[in-house]
Design a protein around this ligand. Structure first.
Ligand code: FAD
Length: 811
C-alpha cells in the first residue's frame, strides 16, 4: 500500500512537473482510482459510488462544453463577486506600459537564452563623443560647493552651457533640433553628471524625464510640437511639470486642482472657448524659473459646452508662465541641494483650448498619459543619478581606504572596514548592471512599468546603503563639508531620490508586486479581462481557457519548486559557464517558487492582498532581486566574462540570492494562514534553507579590488567623471592612490633606516630630506616621496572656515 501511494504521488508529481494536459490527468485518474479502490478492498456499494464519482469527474472535466457550463460558469460567477474593485486610476496604471523581462520571471521558467540574446548595451559614436566631450566639459565646469553653498544655483556659465549644448533636448528628435539620444546615452550622461554634482544632474534630467517634452512627443498636436519642441531642445524654454500638491502626494490621482470649461477673454479676443484653472502645487522641480508649466488638473464641463459628461477627469495643459495669473518664483530648499524646486499656484487662470496637451481629444486621458511616460523616465533618470553617486563612492572609498592609514595599516585593509567596502562594490556592480539593462528595454521600445518601479526603488535604496557605508569608510573626512568633501552632499541629497517619482515605501509595498501580479502574470490579466467582459459567451470561453491553463501552471510550479528545492536547482538545463550556471539554476528554482507563492497568495488572500502590504512587499522583493540578478548575469556576459570581475559578480549574486531566500522566509513565516504556511514551507524549502551570505573571504576580494588600480576597478567606475587636476579633491585622491602604491618600497627603505637609527628626524618631510642627504635615497626619489606626502596630506585634510563664512545669514 505504501509503495502504491508513493508511486501514485510520483505519477502526480511528474504530470504536474511537465504541465500535462487535462486529458493526461483524467487518464491517469482512470487508472489510479480503480487500483486504489481494489487495493483498499472497499465494499461493493462504496466501489460503485467511487466509480460513479470518477465517471462524472471524467465527463465533466473531459468534455469542454460541459465543463464550461457546470464547472467554469459558477467559478466565473464567484470571481465576478470576489474580485476587488479596481479603480479607474488603478486600471489605467495597470494598462499603461508593457511587460518585458518581468514576464519571464513570472513564468516560473525564464528563458535564459532570450536574456543572452538581447543586444549588448552600448553607445553610438556620436553619443560616446558627447559623453567624452560635452559632458566631460560640463563636469569640469561644475563646482558643487560653489553651487550648493555659495550660490544655491548653477552658475550662469553652466546654465548657458547646458542650454546651448542641447542637454535639455536629449530625448527630442533631430527633426526638432534635439539630440535624439538612445536611453542608454541619456542614462550615461546623467550618470556622469551625477558623479560630479547632484544639483546639475537633476537640472539636466528633469526636462528629459517626465515633463512637457516627453508628453508633447507622445501626445502633442502637430502645432504644439512645432511650437515648442525646437525651443525646448535649444533650451530657450525651461519646462517643469506640476502634478503634486499639498493634498495629493503619493495618491496623485486625488488632485483637487480643477479647471472649468467656459468662455473668456484671451489676448484681447472676447468669447474664446477655454478653461479656468485653479491650482496649488508644490515640490515642482524647475518651477521657480520655468517658462513652460505642464499642469495636471481635473476638468469639469458643467454647461456641457464640449458635449458629453460634466466630469471629464484628469487633463493636462501646457501653460506659458507669463500667462496672467500664473504664480511661480518661490523656492523650496530640498536637503541642501541647489536645484530649483518650488510651489506654483493659480486662481481661475484662463487658458484657451489649444493649451491642452493633445487638444480636446486628449481630455480626461491625463492619468494614462502620465503613467505611460513615467515608465520611461523612471527607468532612466533616478537609476542613473543614483549610480553616478555609487560609482563616485566606490572609486573614492577604494582610493581613500588604501591611502588613509591608521595603526600603520591602510584602513581599507581592516576586516571591519572590508564589510562596508564589499557592500559598496557589490551593490554598485549590480545596480549599474540593472541601470544598463533597463535602459536597453527602453531602447527596445518597451515601456516597462513594473521594471521601472523595481529599478527606481532598488537603485535609490542601494544608493542609500552605499553612501552610508562610504561615509563610514571616510570617517570625519566625509562629515566636514567644504569644497574638498566629495561625499557629503550626495549623502544629504540621497533621500530626494527615495521620495520622488513614487516614494519608496509605497513603490515597494504597493507597486512592484501589486502591479506585477496583475500585469506581468501570464494568466491573471486574461482572467480579469474575462470577468469584466459583458459578453457572457465570450467571457466564459476566455475564462475557461485561462483558468485551466492557470491551474496547470500552478501545479507545475508547485512540483518544480518542490523538486528543485531538494536539488537546489541542480539538473536544470541552463546556459553553460562554470562561474554562472549555478546562478541560472538557482534563479530558475526561485522563479518557479515565486510563481507558485504568487498564485497561492492571490488565491488565498484575494482582494485583501492589496492591504497586506508586508506580504506583497516581500513577494516584490523576490521579483526585484531576480530582476537585478538577471541584469547582472547579462552584464557579465556582455563584458566578455572578465575573470577580474568575478569577486563583484559572486558577491552581488550570492547576496541577492540569500535575500531572495530571506524574502520567501518572511512570506512563509507571516502568511496569515497556518495550512498555507506549512504548504509553502514544504514546497519551497523541502530540504531547508541552504543559501548563505557571501563569505568574508569574498568580501575581502571585493574590498581589495576597490583598492587596487586595474581593469576591474576601472570597469566598475566606468562612466563617472574622473578629474585629472590634482588640485581637485577627487583628482588628488586618484593621484594619491597611484603615488602611495608606487612609493611603498621607498617608504619601506625609510622605515628600515629609521629602525636602524640611521634617521633621526621626527616628521615625515624632514625624514625624507635626511634620507636624501644621507644617500639612503636619491634626489629623484626624495622628490617622489615629497609629492606623495603632499598628495596624501591633501587627501586627508578637510576644509576649515572663518566663523563668519559659516554664518547662516551671510549675504
Ligand atoms: C525634491 C522633490 C522634487 C519633486 N519634483 C516634482 C515635480 O517636478 N513634479 C511633481 O509633480 N512632483 C514632484 N515631487 C513630488 C513627489 O513625487 C512626491 O513628493 C511624492 O510622490 C510623495 O508625495 P509626498 O511627499 O506628499 O508623500 P506622502 O504621499 O505624504 O507619503 C508619505 C509616506 O507615506 C508612504 N505612503 C503613502 N501612501 C502609501 C501606501 N498606500 N502604502 C504604503 N506607503 C504609502 C510614502 O511612501 C511616504 O513614505 C517632488 C518632490 C520632491 C521632494
Amino acid at each position: 500500500m505504501v509503495v502504491t501511494t508513493l508511486v501514485i504521488l510520483a505519477v502526480f508529481l511528474i504530470l504536474a512537473f511537465f504541465r500535462a494536459s487535462i486529458t493526461s490527468w483524467l487518464f491517469a485518474l482512470m487508472v489510479i482510482v480503480p487500483v486504489m479502490a481494489i487495493q483498499t478492498q472497499i465494499s461493493g456499494t462504496t466501489l460503485q459510488v467511487v466509480y460513479l464519482a470518477l465517471f462524472l469527474f471524467v465527463v465533466f472535466f473531459g468534455i469542454p462544453p460541459l465543463r464550461r457550463a457546470v464547472i467554469t460558469a459558477p467559478i466565473l460567477k464567484i470571481f465576478r463577486k470576489v474580485l476587488p474593485q479596481i479603480s479607474a486610476t488603478e486600471q489605467e496604471a495597470i494598462d499603461a506600459g508593457t511587460v518585458w523581462w518581468d514576464g519571464e520571471l513570472f513564468s516560473g521558467h525564464p528563458d535564459w537564452n532570450k536574456l543572452r540574446a538581447f543586444p549588448k548595451c552600448g553607445l553610438s559614436k556620436e553619443e560616446q563623443s558627447f559623453v567624452d566631450n560635452e559632458v566631460e566639459q560640463l563636469c569640469a565646469m561644475l563646482d558643487d560647493w560653489d553651487i550648493t553653498h555659495t550660490r544655491a544655483d548653477l552658475s550662469p556659465k553652466v546654465w548657458e552651457f547646458i542650454r546651448s549644448k542641447g542637454f535639455f533636448g536629449m530625448i527630442i528628435p533631430k527633426q526638432y533640433g534635439g539630440l535624439e539620444f538612445s536611453a542608454q546615452a541619456h542614462s550615461a550622461v546623467v550618470t556622469k553628471v551625477a558623479s560630479r554634482s547632484g544639483t546639475a544632474a537633476v537640472t539636466v534630467m528633469v526636462p528629459n524625464s517626465l515633463g512637457p517634452a516627453e508628453l508633447l512627443l507622445h501626445y502633442g498636436t502637430p502645432e504644439q510640437k512645432d511650437k515648442y519642441l525646437h525651443r525646448l531642445a535649444q533650451g530657450k524654454e525651461v519646462p517643469c511639470f506640476a502634478l503634486t500638491g499639498p493634498f495629493a502626494g503619493s495618491d496623485a490621482g486625488a488632485i483637487p486642482d480643477f479647471g472649468v470649461v467656459g468662455y473668456g477673454e484671451f489676448n484681447g479676443q472676447q468669447n474664446v472657448l477655454g478653461v479656468r484653472i485653479t491650482w496649488e502645487k508644490r515640490y515642482i522641480t524647475l518651477a521657480p524659473i520655468a517658462t513652460l508649466l505642464g499642469l495636471a488638473f481635473k476638468l469639469y464641463d458643467p454647461e456641457h459646452l464640449l458635449g458629453g459628461e460634466a466630469n471629464r477627469g484628469i487633463t493636462l495643459a501646457l501653460i506659458p508662465t507669463d500667462t496672467p495669473g500664473v504664480r511661480i518664483g518661490r523656492r523650496h530648499f530640498p536637503l541642501n541641494s541647489a536645484f530649483l524646486n518650488g510651489p506654483t499656484q493659480g486662481d481661475a487662470v484662463f487658458i484657451p483650448m489649444e493649451y491642452l496637451i493633445g487638444g480636446t481629444t486628449r481630455i480626461g486621458q491625463g492619468w494614462r498619459m502620465l503613467m505611460e511616460c513615467l515608465a520611461a523616465g523612471r527607468s532612466i533618470s533616478l537609476p542613473a543619478s543614483s549610480v553616478g553617486g555609487m560609482k563616485l563612492a566606490a572609486r573614492t572609498c577604494g582610493a581613500y581606504g588604501r591611502v588613509r592609514k591608521q595603526f600603520k595599516v591602510p584602513v581599507g585593509k581592516f576586516e571591519g572596514v572590508e564589510e562596508p567596502m564589499a557592500r559598496i562594490g557589490g551593490h554598485t556592480y549590480m545596480v549599474d548592471s540593472a541601470r544598463r539593462f533597463t535602459a536597453l528595454a527602453i531602447d527596445l521600445h518597451e515601456k516597462p512599468s513594473v521594471i521601472s518601479a523595481i529599478i527606481k526603488y532598488h537603485a535609490t535604496e542601494r544608493g542609500r546603503i552605499v553612501i552610508n557605508d562610504a561615509m563610514d569608510v571616510h570617517g570625519g573626512k566625509g562629515i566636514c563639508l567644504g569644497p574638498d568633501n566629495y561625499l557629503g552632499r550626495f549623502y544629504q541629497q540621497m533621500p530626494i531620490g527615495i521620495t520622488v517619482e513614487g516614494a519608496n515605501i509605497l513603490t515597494r509595498t504597493l507597486m512592484i508586486f501589486g502591479q506585477g501580479a496583475i500585469r506581468s502574470h501570464p494568466y491573471v490579466l486574461k482572467e480579469i479581462a474575462a470577468t469584466m467582459d459583458q459578453n457572457n459567451k465570450r467571457a466564459l470561453l476566455q475564462f475557461d481557457a485561462a483558468l485551466f491553463e492557470h491551474i496547470s501552471f500552478s501545479l507545475s510550479n508547485a512540483a518544480r519548486s518542490f523538486v528543485y528545492g531538494w536539488t537546489g536547482g541542480r539538473g536544470i538545463p541552463v546556459p553553460e559557464g562554470a562561474e554562472t550556471s549555478r546562478y541560472y539554476q538557482q534563479l530558475t528554482r526561485f522563479s518557479a517558487a515565486f510563481a507558485l507563492s504568487s498564485d497561492i497568495a492571490m488565491a488565498v488572500l484575494g482582494g485583501t492582498l492589496k492591504r497586506r502590504e508586508k506580504i506583497s512587499a516581500r513577494l516584490g522583493d523576490v521579483l526585484s532581486l531576480m530582476y537585478l540578478c538577471s541584469a547582472t548575469l547579462k552584464r557579465f556576459e556582455d563584458d566578455g566574462r572578465p575573470a577580474d570581475d568575478l569577486p563583484l559578480l559572486h558577491w552581488s549574486m550570492q547576496d541577492a540570492l540569500y535575500k531572495i531566500q530571506e524574502a520567501f522566509d518572511g512570506v512563509i513565516q507571516n502568511f496569515p494562514n497556518k495550512i498555507v504556511r506549512g504548504l509553502l514551507s514544504v514546497l519551497i524549502f523541502p530540504a531547508g534553507q541552504r543559501l548563505s551570505l557571501p563569505s568574508d573571504h569574498l568580501g575581502h576580494q571585493v574590498s581589495t579590488l576597490l583598492m587596487t588600480p586595474g581593469a576591474a576597478r576601472d570597469r566598475l567606475s566606468d562612466g563617472m567623471y574622473l578629474p585629472k587636476d590634482e588640485q581637485d579633491a577627487v583628482g588628488a585622491l586618484e593621484a594619491a592612490l597611484t603615488s602611495t602604491l608606487a612609493c611603498e618600497p621607498l617608504q619601506a627603505v625609510l622605515e628600515e633606516a629609521r629602525k636602524a637609527k640611521k634617521l633621526k628626524a621626527l616628521d615625515e618631510v624632514a625624514r625624507i630630506a635626511e634620507a636624501r642627504d644621507a644617500g639612503i635615497i636619491t634626489a629623484d626619489q626624495a622628490l617622489q616621496l615629497e609629492r606623495d606626502y603632499a598628495l596624501r596630506r591633501k587627501v586627508i585634510m578637510v576644509d576649515d572656515f572663518d566663523p563668519q563664512q559659516l554664518q547662516a545669514n551671510q549675504a
